[in-house]
Write a protein of this length. Structure first.
Lengths: 247, 311
């Protein structure tokens, strides 16, 4: 089956340790896939192999039918794949608005044209829309590095959506975020999915968040897929219960 | 900045430019020489501030570019070229060499990059000293004439200062436009978080190379003005010590702050002159003041404004 993203038999080893061990799955256009699993199960390494942060030992990744295996993050970003990171990754000294513009400006024009383009690269309105959507208006002019953890997390996520990517990989978006913000984040992601038609892959330990957001859920353990399917089926899967969710 | 501060910014800036333009009329020739030297170092400092302060790359090789610019200017002046060609040529050569120096920055960072650029400076120093057929070696290159542009001789100290200061202002405007453009934001992104920058499509390779190349081109222009200012150039003017002094300018003024190099050059170029009343102790006093400044204001002199703004 050819989806938006087709991952086939991905392996990544560090010496004798198999961090990712023969993972295959696909993501359809418009789908939100959740990825769960205990710490050290290979979720983030899988993300990093898909996103060119580390080269897979073997296997293949197709995006819209084209082989993107091992392509560097820069080229993947330009093909329409965005990401957020497990740890905070914003441009600390730039304002929130400039963070959002920086996240989209390189997809417009050539470097020479960008040099002579408007300071906001024509993205001011788009940035303001995202600022309003993520309720960051009151901090838009502040340096991103001066914001609270939860606010920086929102900036980080908003940055990934600025260039309207076709696929976004979110690594633990709820980590360190307070419950009220998690509700906002859930609503935002559902809104972005329905409005922009973007597909997401979301690594998360918050099961309630995953169940409410994702159509399908994939559980990993020891570098391999333990189970993949609808959320409720995964929650009831005995192997998943034993390896991750418990009683 | 407060509303009043913002509204006063432009008038204050314009008044400062006018005051600096007419300042030589009240100075003796040595004072004008020092002021011109300050303007030359402001240009080189602006370039280094782009590389270090805005793009986050460490460089201990800026004096080498000053030297390449100065020797290019000296050689071309002796061959009879116009300064209308000499300045762009010095800038272009330094741009290309700076592009080359940017490549190590793609592989190494921080103190490793510092040593790579330091090695480059030493290499250039050896070329300036040993390639006597080209540079005059330790004897240097003398009798470098002041420019003649459109029939106007800039041989008087005050005239040459005004030319240098005019070029400084033009280059400052160009730098401001660069930093306001999307490129400026990309340089800051590269400095703040190169991994994130790559993930949002910002080519860290391209912007690292540009930060070094443009920074070097500014030093090239500074060198092209330094040569006719002193009239005599020798390798000792372009050592690692001089690169450290330029880095000190950027850091003392406030790295990543637009006016940091101008203020830093005041401290590094002018302050030792003002401390000469301390006779043999003037360099010791200068060194002590730098230590105190760095301890109390690690963000540079311009970071004081941020402290005052905080409640």
């Amino acid at each position: 089956m050819t989806g938006l993203l087709d991952v086939t038999d991905i392996h990544k080893s560090y010496g004798a340790i198999r961090a990712v061990d023969g993972v295959s799955f696909n993501v359809a256009a418009g789908e939100i896939l959740g990825v769960i699993g205990p710490n050290g199960s290979g979720k983030t390494t899988l993300f990093n192999t898909i996103l060119g942060q580390v080269a897979p030992s073997s296997g293949k990744v197709l995006f819209e039918g084209e082989d993107i295996t091992g392509l560097p993050p820069l080229r993947l970003a330009r093909r329409g794949i965005g990401r957020t990171f497990q740890s905070l990754q914003v441009f600390g000294k730039l304002s929130v608005r400039d963070n959002l513009i920086a996240a989209g400006q390189e997809f417009l024009d050539t470097p020479a044209r960008r040099l002579f383009s408007k300071p906001d690269a024509g993205l001011g309105q788009r940035a303001d829309e995202m600022i309003a959507l993520f309720k960051l208006g009151h901090v838009a002019k502040l340096a991103a590095g001066s914001l609270s953890y939860g606010q920086q997390k929102l900036v980080d996520i908003a940055m990934a959506f600025i260039p309207a990517p076709r696929l976004v990989l979110l690594d633990e978006p709820c980590a360190g975020v307070n419950p009220a913000l998690i509700e906002d984040l859930l609503a935002l992601l559902l809104q972005l999915n329905s409005q922009q038609g973007g597909s997401f892959i979301v690594i998360e330990h918050n099961m309630d968040f995953i169940m409410r957001l994702c159509g399908r859920v994939m559980c990993m353990a020891q570098g391999a897929i333990l189970a993949i399917g609808p959320g409720e089926a995964i929650r009831a899967n005995p192997a998943v219960l034993e390896a991750y969710l418990g009683d | 900045m407060t509303g009043l501060g913002k509204s006063l910014r432009w008038p204050v800036l314009i008044l400062a430019i006018i005051a600096l333009a007419v300042l030589p009329t009240s100075l003796k020739s040595y004072g004008v020489y020092i002021l011109t030297l300050w303007a030359v170092y402001v240009i080189a400092g602006m370039g280094l501030n782009l590389t270090v302060g805005y793009a986050g790359q460490i460089s201990l090789g800026q004096a080498a570019f000053l030297g390449i610019g100065a020797y290019t200017a000296g050689l071309m002046a002796k061959l009879g070229f116009s300064y209308l060609l000499i300045v762009p040529a010095s800038a272009s050569i330094c741009f290309l060499v700076g592009l080359g120096l940017g490549f190590p920055a793609l592989r190494v960072q921080h103190h490793y990059l510092a040593f790579a650029t330091l090695g480059f400076n030493m290499l250039c120093f050896l070329v300036f000293r040993n390639e006597e057929w080209l540079t005059g070696g330790t004897f240097g290159m003398n009798d470098i004439a002041r420019p003649v542009l459109f029939g106007w001789h800039f041989s008087r100290a005050a005239d040459f200062y005004q030319l240098t200061f005019g070029i400084t202002v033009v280059l400052a405007v160009l730098m401001a436009l660069l930093l306001r453009s999307p490129w400026g934001r990309a340089f800051a992104a590269l400095r703040d978080n190169p991994i994130r920058a790559e993930s949002v499509g910002i080519s860290t390779t391209f912007y690292t190379l540009m930060a070094f190349a443009i920074g070097a081109a500014y030093a090239g222009v500074a060198g092209a003005l330094f040569a006719p200012l002193v009239g005599f150039i020798e390798p000792a003017s372009f050592t690692v010590t001089n690169s450290l002094a330029m880095l000190l300018m950027v850091i003392v003024g406030g790295q990543g702050r637009f006016f940091g190099p101008a203020l830093g050059a005041v401290i590094v170029v002018l302050l030792p002159e003002w401390l000469r009343f301390a006779a043999d102790w003037y360099l010791a006093v200068f060194g002590f003041m730098i230590v105190v400044m760095m301890v109390w204001m690690p963000g540079g002199l311009l970071s004081l404004a941020d402290r005052w703004k905080r409640p």
